[in-house]
Design a protein around this ligand. Structure first.
Ligand code: SAH
Length: 455
């Protein structure tokens, strides 16, 4: 069946609803919200329908509708009684009287339907599968709910107010270009970030063509599974002009970037710092100065072993606007996907994140502090240093049979979890082919993995 989505003003045609049960009630609620003129005809009605009638928001005729019911010409008639014979007869007579019909009991016989709606008033997104699958309609609606920020209504209101100014300031041929620039510019993002003043000045700059200041977004991409991105990270990923990304940002996440955006790999391989940190900091400044919207995309969270602080220091010094978007850090992602709670009432009351990065073959950590009964230890960047770390922890007094989990490629489809002890892990690592990235979790919480890991 071919259908045509149209948006109908709620208040121009009367709606007649035959039936006043639960199904009718849902239609009535939708119509009332749209400001429609609604009359319900049924011998009995739900409490909500009675309430709406008592409040004067709808008309209610408590009687059985007859087959010879008269409808005002051009009405929209919703047949929601539980009597199919009556619905059929009323559908025919309503059409003869020039009305459009929606039957809730025989959807193939509809002149119009009620689509599912994502409501960000005044923005409304309606979804229909032309009657093919109400379940798919609901599914798509849920997805759109997640992808349209709640504040889109505010964005729509802002755009509505801006229309008049645009009309007055710009000649007609320039308006479309303005809106394209504006919607892809910074102002909508600032409105969503509730920075109204900056949004206003951005809009002013966009209107008078001064809008050539860049901006940097330092975004955490999470540990690998693209489903672990935040909504804001996704929006920024999709609207950047230029992207500087790390090795830990996986292909599935890179696929979300606009194909037209420039992208540069600035990641580090172990002992091969392909782009020195100072150069990265400088690149961000230079690109933003060129008026670009720059995405600095990092694995995990930018402020946990991500050198995010250094990058924004430079931006702050150069007065370049920036935002930092947190990501799920490897410790949280790996712990959840490996079924190892980092704290647990019976095991650990604190958790400590340390870096096991080796400098000249050893790593300097406050070993005594790390040996603590109720504490889980999470070691980032530690695979090559792992034998050294295990030995130092034992030397500092940690029991040699303390369980250790090595989470390989955490949250990714080929994640593996290797569970050993401080004493046995070094030999195991030496004999096993293990791929980076890996995260090490030390402590008795690791014993929970067997029971709590996903099947
Ligand atoms: N900012 C990142 C950490 C960067 S340091 C974060 O918050 O997660 C890089 C280290 O993070 C890696 O050496 C590894 O120890 C850890 N790591 C990152 N992603 C990982 C993953 N998917 N699985 C296991 N470890 C990971």
């Amino acid at each position: 069946m071919m259908t045509l989505p149209l948006v109908l003003r709620g208040d121009v045609r009367p709606f007649i609803i035959i039936g006043a049960g639960r199904v009718a009630e849902r239609k009535v609620m939708t119509l009332v919200q749209a400001g429609a003129d609604v009359t319900v005809i049924a011998p009995q009605a739900t409490a909500t329908i009675h309430r709406l009638a008592d409040e004067g928001r709808i008309g209610l005729q408590q009687r059985q509708a007859g087959e010879a019911e008269e409808f005002a010409r051009g009405s929209l008639v919703v047949l929601a009684s539980n009597n199919a014979v009556l619905n059929q007869a009323l559908a025919e007579s309503a059409r003869q009287q020039g009305c459009l019909v929606c039957r809730t009991d025989a959807t193939a016989d509809n002149d119009f339907i009620f689509p599912a709606v994502v409501d960000r008033s005044p923005l409304l997104v309606s979804i229909s599968t032309s009657g093919a699958s109400p379940a798919l309609t609901r599914h798509v609606r849920q997805r759109l709910e997640a992808f349209l920020p709640q504040d889109y209504g505010r964005l729509a209101n802002f755009a509505e107010q801006l229309r008049e100014r645009v009309k007055n300031l710009l000649p007609a041929p320039e308006r479309a270009a303005f809106w394209r620039r504006w919607f892809n510019g910074r102002a909508p993002e600032l409105i969503l970030a509730r920075q109204a003043e900056r949004a206003e000045s951005e809009t002013d700059a966009c209107l008078d063509g001064r809008n050539n200041n860049g901006e940097v977004w330092l975004v955490g991409a999470g540990p690998g599974d693209p489903d672990l991105l935040t909504f804001r990270a996704l929006r920024l990923i999709q609207s950047a002009d230029v992207v500087y990304y790390d090795r830990l940002v996986g292909a599935a996440i890179m696929d979300l970037i606009d194909p037209a955006a420039e992208r540069y790999y600035v990641g580090k391989q172990k002992s091969d710092h392909s782009v020195p940190q100072d150069d990265i900091n400088q690149l961000l400044v230079t690109s933003a100065r060129a008026g670009k919207r720059v995405l600095r995309l990092k694995g995990g969270d930018p402020f946990i072993f991500g050198r995010g602080g250094e990058e924004i220091e430079q931006l702050a010094d150069h007065e370049i606007p920036f935002q930092v978007v947190p990501g799920i850090t490897a410790a949280s992602g790996c712990a959840a996907y490996a079924g190892i709670p980092l704290t647990h009432r019976d095991h650990a009351q604190s958790v400590r994140f340390v870096t096991g990065h080796l400098k000249n073959g050893s790593c300097e950590l406050p070993w005594e502090e790390l040996v603590h009964p109720g504490q889980t230890l999470v070691i980032y960047m530690g695979l090559s240093g792992l034998p050294h770390i295990c030995a130092r922890l034992i030397a500092a007094g940690m029991p040699a049979d303390t369980p250790v989990a090595l989470v390989e490629k955490g949250t990714l489809p080929d994640q593996r979890v290797h569970v050993k002890t401080l004493a046995t892990m070094p030999d195991y690592v030496a004999d096993t082919d293990i791929q980076a990235p890996t995260l090490t979790i030390v402590g008795t919480v690791v014993t929970l993995h067997e029971r709590l890991s996903w099947r």
